[in-house]
Design a protein around this ligand. Structure first.
Ligand code: FAD
Ligand code: NAP
Length: 338
């Protein structure tokens, strides 16, 4: 029988470092403990939130109800053949440490996603991605607890509805499923994916391995992004807007240096960081929050800031980008309570 921590301090459990307390916090290490935490919330009709590393969250001062954290990590090899391995990874596993472990084991496929903070359990929620590779490229299936039907269920890749930084867990049924295990297929031979501009410039035509790509990504990210341990942040604060090609062309006519990339058929992905920067926000600071000076897409907490201050700033940026470019910016992190 597990018992929750009451009035638990979540300040160190969210990468913005906002002072926040949960009515009840459960750290669960098994499926049985997870079910106990769910029952505790359901019996008392309490709100329920699952968190991983808190690196894509904006937490208010008080989170009513039950907050659950899965603390079990590690992976096991389910299948192995000449060319690939199939891994099953526990939800509480730190993502970056998994990437480093598989690179060390000589397996390829995750190296472009080095240094993404957070847990394996959260990775499918927004189909994490970076430098031209997304989780879905390596994803096979997952196990989740369905809070509505009260059973464990399996999801294939197609059932997850992965899109650009999106999935059914984020947009169709947020909060319904608790992901407990994720299965990934990795290659034994190095599969090079280094076409992404800044990465190919960094590697400068040299012969590479999964390890050298991993090292390059770590170096690039460390030079551009603030480490949440030094400066609170949740990575990119807004999604890159996806707009019809015609709208992108109209914007480009007025702003020839606009940064945009092809997305799916008929749509272009605009670099939200460019829009925010060119609306004049880069390096802006108000009170204890602001816009990071090296990357306008990252909002930061200089210390002692609050979710409310940050969301006020985010609203002002959204209004200014809408006024200047007619483009709606949507926050990427989840805000609690909503
Ligand atoms: P949390 O922030 O704890 O939770 C995020 C959401 O997922 C919440 O809605 C939560 O309820 C839900 N959730 C968490 N665990 C589970 C679970 N087991 N089952 C069901 N729902 C769950 N993201 C990228 O895609 N690419 C990047 O390159 C990237 N870079 C970043 C860099 C920095 C410096 C930071 C701070 C963030 C970055 N992010 C990036 C965002 C973030 O790291 C990812 O979204 C990550 O997957 C969040 O994991 P987490 O465990 O911290 O999730
Ligand atoms: P960047 O290299 O300055 O590029 C700006 C934007 O342009 C990125 O968002 C990226 O979209 C897009 N882009 C650049 N080159 C591209 C290409 N060759 N093809 C398609 N799209 C391209 O970006 P950055 O902010 O330093 O981030 C680098 C990578 O890390 C990106 O992949 C980004 O998504 C990821 N990242 C994500 C977060 C987060 O919290 N979500 C935080 C930090 C970094 P994409 O985002 O689609 O790649």
């Amino acid at each position: 029988m597990i018992t929750p921590v009451e009035n638990a301090d979540l300040t160190a459990l969210n990468s913005f470092g906002f002072a926040s307390r949960a009515q009840y916090l459960f750290d669960v290490a098994s499926d049985a403990e997870l079910l106990e935490a769910v029952a505790y919330a359901d019996e008392r009709q309490l709100p329920f939130l699952v968190i991983g590393g808190g690196s894509n969250l904006v937490l208010d001062e008080y989170i009513p109800g039950v907050v659950v954290r899965q603390i079990s990590g590690g992976y096991r090899v389910l299948e192995e053949d000449e060319g690939s391995v199939l891994l099953e990874v526990a939800a509480g596993q730190n993502w970056h440490q998994l990437v480093e472990q598989v690179v060390d084991a000589g397996w390829s496929g995750l190296e472009n996603m080095a240094l993404i903070p957070g847990t394996v359990g959260a990775a499918p929620v927004q189909n994490i991605g970076a430098y031209g590779v997304e989780l879905k490229d390596r994803f096979v299936s997952l196990t989740a607890y369905d809070r509505e039907k009260q059973v464990f269920v399996e999801f294939s890749a197609s059932q997850c509805g992965f899109g650009y930084r999106n999935s059914v867990f984020k947009s169709v049924a947020p909060g319904r499923y608790i992901i407990t295990r994720v299965r990934l297929r990795l290659n034994k031979q190095f599969v090079q994916k280094t076409g992404y501009g800044v990465l190919s410039q960094y590697l400068n035509g040299q012969e590479v391995t999964a390890r050298s790509v991993f090292d390059a990504i770590v170096a690039i990210r460390q030079s551009k992004l603030p480490d949440p341990r030094d400066l609170g942040n949740a990575g990119s604060f807004f999604e890159n807007p996806v707009v019809p090609v015609e709208q992108c062309e109209q914007l480009r006519a007025a702003h020839p240096d606009l940064v945009a990339y092809p997305e799916r058929d008929g749509f272009m992905k605009l670099a939200a960081g460019w829009l925010i920067d060119h609306a004049g926000w880069k390096g802006y600071r108000t009170g204890r929050v602001g816009v990071y000076e090296k990357q306008a897409l990252v909002l930061v907490n200089y210390g002692q800031g609050s979710a409310r201050e940050l969301m006020d700033l985010a609203s002002k940026i959204q209004a200014s980008v809408m006024e200047k470019y007619g483009v709606a910016l949507v926050p990427e992190p989840r805000c609690y309570p909503q």
